[in-house]
Design a protein around this ligand. Structure first.
Ligand SMILES: [Zn+2]
Length: 84
């Protein structure tokens, strides 16, 4: 718990466009599970899996799917209860 890898990627919040700190949820590198060891990771084409980030401004978690090192989909982990 509380141990993760930081992902070197700049994807801002899809809602408010503030910078997010992306963390590994699970990542596979060359078919092997990449342990969460507080490393900084730059995605490459040998990586698949899922990363996530929390926007403190929106109070929303976002999940992003990784296929061959690229982001294929970003989605909210939890529904918004209210929008301003
Ligand atoms: Zn946001």
């Amino acid at each position: 718990m509380g141990v993760y890898n930081r992902i070197n990627i700049e994807i801002t919040c899809p809602k408010c466009h503030k910078p997010l700190e992306w963390q590994s949820k699970h990542l596979i590198y060359d078919g092997l599970f990449l342990g969460n060891l507080m490393q900084d990771i730059t995605l490459n084409e040998r990586m698949d899996g899922e990363i996530y980030a929390f926007c403190y401004n929106c109070e929303i978690w976002f999940d992003a799917d990784i296929v061959k090192g690229g982001i294929t989909d970003i989605k909210q982990s939890k529904p918004i209860t209210k929008e301003k």
